[in-house]
Design a protein around this ligand. Structure first.
Ligand code: ASP
Ligand code: MG
Length: 605
């Protein structure tokens, strides 16, 4: 007999009628011959209501009391759903996180799961009962029973963690949309349902703010190989399957905290082309990468830094044998890229570097742990390795370094993160049949980011490390990080600018930290821009396929939208644009990759 974990979100259990409908569906699953564990959220907007009550009493309520309060929402739902099941003559029992034995870290309001006891649930299942578990909550120890919560939206994470601990055959996430869509349908009305997505892609999309799944839930599914399906609680449609690779066996203790980094990768077959002082106007990146793509050259990292005056720097990497052709393309178009608004800047300059290597760390466990990137930079600094380009996503940090430093960098990183290294090459990510035809699976818009720029950061090993340690120590996660290509000499010290994005709510704190450290670190002006939006495309199918980035830049340029920053990872391209152009840029990109469909997907407000 198979075991299925089903999770129902707030809207799916928002009223008595809906709870009764969920009970019917659970009962049908039992009748089809499965054992069922159900995880539920609080009814409707209950949790928001509780947060509001707390805020009416205190501006800064204690985190412990917040957990005490917010955990009550789910407790209401488990009792009601068990009653509804019993009314249908289906034996059922409700259990809180504490009663199950979901043990978490002691960090209130954002605890990570450490382990889950399965014995009591098994006992009830063996008696033929449906076990109804409160999502989103746990306890910090089995002795003092401190109630913790996992962070907003955390019941997805509870469900997948339970499925991993119980070695369930599947975990089904029931929601009010038919599955995972190619974009947020409130912004892109012709967004379509996907039948499949890989967990690597889903992780990127979830951390980009596609709200259907809690990123930590995807992380657990990927790490433990849980079969995950997202589907509508109103229909019998199959929904979207999230496909994971066959995982290495892992212990079920330290469930969410074991290894933040899964792998250290390297690639010595890389060379860099940088174009300095190119005009900051729509269409430039599109033109450059279109010409590169026409030569069938596959570009790996692309970085465009913030503009200084009226010009930008763009740097990208290609394989070593492609360098000459890429350089020729860049040099051929450079004269045409004379900045009209800044005549002194003159014509764009092309610089190449033949002997570089890329080293990267990757792992789903990095999400929300800013210290991991800082640790990578510190490790490289301690090994005396200078970092040239940095590019990050939520689940990967890549740096280019001198090729001659590569061996040293890898052994230092493997020791620091306690993992083995492997050459990064195409095809290491899981693919589905669709990937052969689809370069891009979905697009997302993140409007909750702010861009910070620090001018004139001394260019020495260790600066990135100190900078990111400073932010990490204050729990500020950095999203895109970009170092300028251009070096400026100030009092005989080489300096570069560094730009990065953080969550908007962290922007002010980050700015203050950077200003406080200005004289100690010796950097210049710090600027913040909160009026930005980040548009991203995600797809495993873009690996090894020239022209995908070019197509994105072209779509944005056709709408006369200027790109402020570009950063890429293996399966993602992100562009920062002005906030007011964000939705338009998203729609343009979504249409350009053929993601639009004719079927209208209804989403509740
Ligand atoms: N009830 C919690 C929240 O609203 C957890 C969840 O729904 O996933 O954030
Ligand atoms: Mg939710």
């Amino acid at each position: 007999m198979s075991l299925i974990v089903q999770k129902y979100g707030g809207t799916s259990v928002g009223t008595v009628e809906r709870i009764q409908a969920v009970a019917q569906r659970v009962k049908q699953t039992v009748e089809a011959g499965h054992s069922v564990v159900v995880v539920v959220s609080a009814m409707g907007k209950t949790t928001d209501g509780l947060v509001k009550l707390a805020n009416d009493i205190s501006k800064n309520p204690s985190r412990r009391e917040m957990d005490m309060l917010l955990s009550t929402g789910e407790q209401v739902t488990i009792a009601l759903l068990s009653m509804a099941l019993q009314e249908l003559s289906q034996p059922a029992v409700s259990l809180t996180g504490a009663q199950v034995g979901i043990v978490t870290e002691a960090t209130h309001t954002r605890a990570r799961i450490l382990s889950i006891e399965t014995e009591r649930m098994q006992r009830h299942l063996q008696k033929g009962e449906v076990v109804v578990v409160a999502g989103f909550q746990g306890i910090s120890s089995l002795t003092d029973f401190e109630i913790t919560t996992l962070g907003r939206g955390g019941s997805d994470t509870s469900a997948v963690a339970l499925a991993a601990a119980l070695k369930a055959d599947a975990c089904e996430i029931y929601t009010d949309v038919p599955g995972i869509l190619t974009a947020d349908p409130r912004l892109v009305p012709d967004a379509q349902l996907m039948s499949e997505i890989t967990s690597d892609e889903m992780l990127e999309l979830a951390s980009l703010g596609a709200k259907v799944l809690h990123p930590r839930a995807v992380e657990i599914a990927r790490n433990y190989g849980v079969t995950l399906v997202v589907r509508s609680s109103w229909t019998d449609d199959p929904g979207t399957k999230v496909v994971s690779p066959q995982p290495q066996p892992r212990p079920l203790v330290g469930l969410e905290i074991a290894h933040p980094v899964d792998a250290v990768g390297f690639d010595t077959d890389q060379a860099k082309v940088a174009m300095l002082r190119i005009p900051d106007r729509p269409g430039i990146a599109a033109r450059l990468f279109r010409e590169i793509a026409q030569q069938e050259l596959d570009v790996d990292l692309i970085i465009q830094s913030i503009h200084e005056g009226n010009s930008n720097d763009i740097a990208f990497t290609v394989t070593k044998p492609s360098l000459n052709r890429a350089e020729a393309v860049a040099s051929a178009i450079a004269p045409a890229l004379r900045s009209t608004s800044d005549p002194v800047a003159g014509e764009a300059e092309v610089m190449v570097e033949r002997s570089i290597a890329k080293v990267s760390i990757s792992g789903a466990g990095m999400i929300g742990r800013p210290g991991v990137a800082a640790q990578m930079f510190e490790t490289l600094a301690a090994a005396g390795v200078n970092i040239e380009m940095i590019s990050t996503s939520e689940v990967q940090v890549s740096c280019t370094i001198a090729e001659s430093d590569c061996d040293r960098a890898i052994s230092a990183l493997c020791a620091a993160f306690d993992v083995n290294s492997s050459p990064s090459h195409l095809g290491t990510k899981t693919r589905t049949a669709d990937d052969q035809t689809l370069p891009v699976r979905g697009a997302a818009l993140d409007r909750n980011q702010a861009q910070l720029a620090i001018r004139q950061v001394p260019d020495r090993p260790g600066m990135a490390a100190r900078l990111f340690r400073l932010l990490a120590d204050h729990n500020i996660s950095v999203d895109m990080i970009i170092q300028s290509q251009r070096c400026r000499w100030i009092d005989e010290v080489a300096t570069r600018d560094i730009a990065f994005t953080v969550a908007q709510m962290d922007a002010e704190a980050a700015r203050e930290l950077l200003l406080q450290s200005k004289s100690e670190f010796g950097w210049g002006e710090v600027t913040v821009n909160t009026a930005i939006a980040k548009v991203s495309i995600v797809g495993v199918g873009m690996m090894g396929r020239p022209g995908v980035a070019a197509q994105m830049f072209e779509a944005i340029a056709r709408d006369h939208i200027n790109i402020h920053m570009i950063a890429t990872s293996e399966i993602k391209v992100s562009c920062v644009v002005s906030e007011e152009e964000g939705v338009r840029a998203l729609q343009a990109v979504h249409a350009a990759f053929g993601l639009s469909g004719s079927e209208r997907i209804e989403v509740p407000a």
